[in-house]
Design a protein. Sequence first.
Length: 176
Amino acid sequence: MQSGQWYCCLDPELDELRARARGAVHAHNTSPPDARGAMAPELRALLGQVGEDCFLEAPFHCAYGMNIHLSKRVYFNAGCVVLDSALVRVGDDTMFGPNVQIYCAQHAKDPAERAQGLEIGLPVTIGKHVWVGGGAILLPGLSIGNNATIGAGSVVTKDVAAGETVVGNPAKSLNR
């Protein structure tokens, strides 16, 4: 999975990693409200990197957690989902509206291979000072440049350049 090759997601080792993530996510989502910046220690320990002043509103969900790398002052509003079968990097001062979904897994297109659990994890990289509006979906293998804006409800299927604003399904640039 982490080598960027096709793999079978129906694997006991991956099942164990996902179970660990579910436990950490559950601890986070059921923690009593705390001062700003609080994150359940189980979730903080699970994530690959957590910069200063990051905040993830509950409920939050991730598949593995270890592939999520948050720089400074990253904010996820309630209901966000990160299916991190590959590396997800988020730059400083980036904010996500409610119910944003980030997907790294691309499943096999052949039905027989898909039934066997064949997939590949493609990384998602999000720059600094990015705003992702509520309900947006970011598909596998994307790069979103610094200062970009993703409109609410957009389905992002292609890279987004620095400073670009995209909206719609599929997301299209408003800058052109």
